[in-house]
Design a protein around this ligand. Structure first.
Ligand code: HEM
Ligand code: NAG
Ligand code: NAG
Length: 488
């Protein structure tokens, strides 16, 4: 799914470069197709080591910039064990995403597939994928968010923030919030010991995605698989219980249990339901919580943006009784917050791009990409390209208020934090609502200062190296004091 994962499992493929290089060499016997320009780098490791070194630094851009200068926006490289076509070209990226399931498809190594589960949305294809993707979309669409999810999002975020004092690791807290929200929305479970015990196992599963370089011999990987089994058992028990209930409940699991899928319109098996839920937890967890954390980091470093954001939220707060949660109209009156979120998504690029594999020889921009090759559509390279965004590498939320956010083509072509085409992130609006509500309560309830110097790194995932430790102080806000200890 995301580069988070993609980068990782491609790293997992490091164990295979030998075989793959042999395979490539043989291809040259016929008339070679006109491949995009580029260098395959050192034998064996290709350009992987250089890429990893770049992404471990605070400024990974030169790795891509150099190649863009030399070869143009579509070039060939050799990373993570395979020759890969790298695209920083908006039209090419769009073409690849739109042709998902036709000329391209996503593909994951076995080590990742085993952790995700065979039936996860990320791995299903064809009719089943279409059906399950639209089911997920309709579960998190704006009317559901407005009528059902928003109230829980508001309540659980406040509940979590109530225990914050002194030093907190913002990334940890954000993860806890997102996990609890997902459990609640998936299967109506309130946070408690049970959800926390599953989250602990979950952390181990996620670590499994990062095991390098030979997953099947790694104890971290074996532990991840065991943890995955435990998570699946726990969720499976919930599924079996729920099947016994007469009345369908109004949550994601409720829709899954009544859904039909596949060509013959059969219902979903317990395994299918569990895999689906596990993958949803994976997809929403790191992504949303990282953006929550990074929005705060960028705001901390941009006092004028922070004060404008505070003003927006204090205005909303002023017209509300504290005991009353945020409503849809409140969410809809946060225009500057949406600028901050877009700008965080653009600059931070937690999902730097996605990998696809060609299902046939594909002609792009005068080149031929042979069947079976990997293509990486880089959102990051486009988002940070000065050709498309003025002063592209600066956090500037106000750019979203200007008439022309982008200097070239339509915004939808150059801004794709949630991907596009048939695999467009079904959680895009849910994520926006969660981040907005989080920012609302955070800036109206607390002031904060960083507790240590921390830095943003990009490998193996985009994140703050020390999980962004901060000191929080509750703001001396009369409405807030009254609310303390109150029930909502
Ligand atoms: C800021 C937060 C998020 C970002 C930046 C993000 C980004 C993305 C991107 C770029 C993709 C496309 C992957 C591909 O094309 O291979 C994707 C897929 C997906 N996302 Fe998100 N996502 C976020 C939050 C969420 C949330 C909260 C959920 C929970 C519902 C979610 C569920 C999914 C799922 C299930 C897929 C797979 C879709 C498919 O393969 O059909 N995401 N996400
Ligand atoms: C959202 O999904 C529900 C089904 O879950 C559907 O009834 C409704 O029409 C959808 N709303 C929008 C705005 O797409
Ligand atoms: C933020 O980006 C989305 C595209 O993902 C766009 O539709 C929306 O208009 C942008 N918001 C602002 C405030 O520009």
């Amino acid at each position: 799914m995301d580069l988070n994962l993609n980068l990782l499992f491609l790293v997992a493929a490091l164990s295979l470069p030998f075989l793959l290089l042999v395979g490539r060499a043989r291809r040259c016997r016929g008339t070679p197709p006109l491949l995009p320009p580029g260098s395959l780098g050192l034998p064996l490791l290709g350009e992987t080591l250089r890429l990893v070194a770049a992404y471990k630094s605070e400024d990974p851009e030169p790795f891509v910039d150099e190649r863009l200068m030399r070869y143009g926006t579509v070039f060939m490289t050799h990373v993570f064990g395979e020759a890969t076509v790298f695209s920083a070209d908006p039209e090419t990226n769009r073409f690849v995403l739109q042709n998902e399931g036709k000329l391209f498809e996503c593909s994951y190594p076995d080590s990742i597939a085993n952790l995700l589960g065979r039936h996860s949305l990320l791995l299903t294809k064809g009719a089943m994928h279409k059906r399950m993707h639209s089911l997920t979309m309709s579960f998190a669409n704006s009317s559901i968010l407005k009528d059902r999810l928003l109230a829980d999002i508001d309540r659980l975020i406040r509940l979590n923030m109530d225990s914050w004092h002194d030093k907190i690791f913002l990334m940890e807290e954000a993860k806890k919030i997102t996990f609890e929200l997902t459990m609640k929305q998936l299967m109506s479970v309130e946070p408690g010991e049970w959800t926390e015990s599953i989250r602990k196992e979950y952390v181990l599963v996620i670590e499994g995605f990062f095991t390098l370089p030979i997953p099947f011999f790694s104890s971290t990987y074996r532990r991840a698989i065991r943890a995955r089994t435990k998570v699946a058992e726990a969720l499976g028990a919930v599924v079996r219980e729920r099947r016994k209930e007469v009345e369908a409940r109004n949550d994601m699991l409720g829709s899954l249990l009544t859904a039909t899928a596949g060509d013959d319109g059969h219902g979903l098996s317990d395994d299918e339901v569990v895999d689906f839920m596990v993958a949803l937890l994976v997809a929403g967890y790191e992504t949303t919580s990282t953006i929550m954390t990074l929005a705060v980091k960028f705001l901390t470093e941009s006092p004028s943006a922070l004060s404008q954001l505070k003003e927006e939220h204090e205005k909303i707060r002023a017209r509300k009784d504290w005991n009353h949660g945020l409503e849809w109209t409140d969410y809809k009156s946060m225009p500057f917050t949406q600028c901050v979120i877009n700008e965080t998504l653009r600059v931070a690029n937690i999902i730097a791009g996605v990998f696809r594999r060609t299902t046939t020889d594909v002609n792009i921009k005068g080149y031929t990409i042979p069947k079976g090759w990997k293509v990486f559509t880089s959102f990051r390279a486009v988002h940070l390209d000065p050709l498309h965004f003025e002063d592209a590498r600066t956090f500037d939320p106000w750019r979203w208020q200007r008439d022309t956010v982008t200097t070239t083509t339509a915004l939808a072509n150059v801004f794709m934090p949630f991907g596009g085409g048939p695999r467009l992130c079904p959680g895009y609006e849910l994520a926006r609502v969660i981040i907005s509500v989080f920012l609302h309560h955070f800036v109206t309830s607390f002031s904060w200062v960083p507790a240590e110097n921390d830095k943003l790194i990009f490998f193996p995932t985009t994140r703050m190296q020390k999980r962004y430790p901060i000191y929080v102080t509750r703001r001396n806000d009369a409405t807030r004091d009254v609310a303390e200890g109150d029930e909502w």
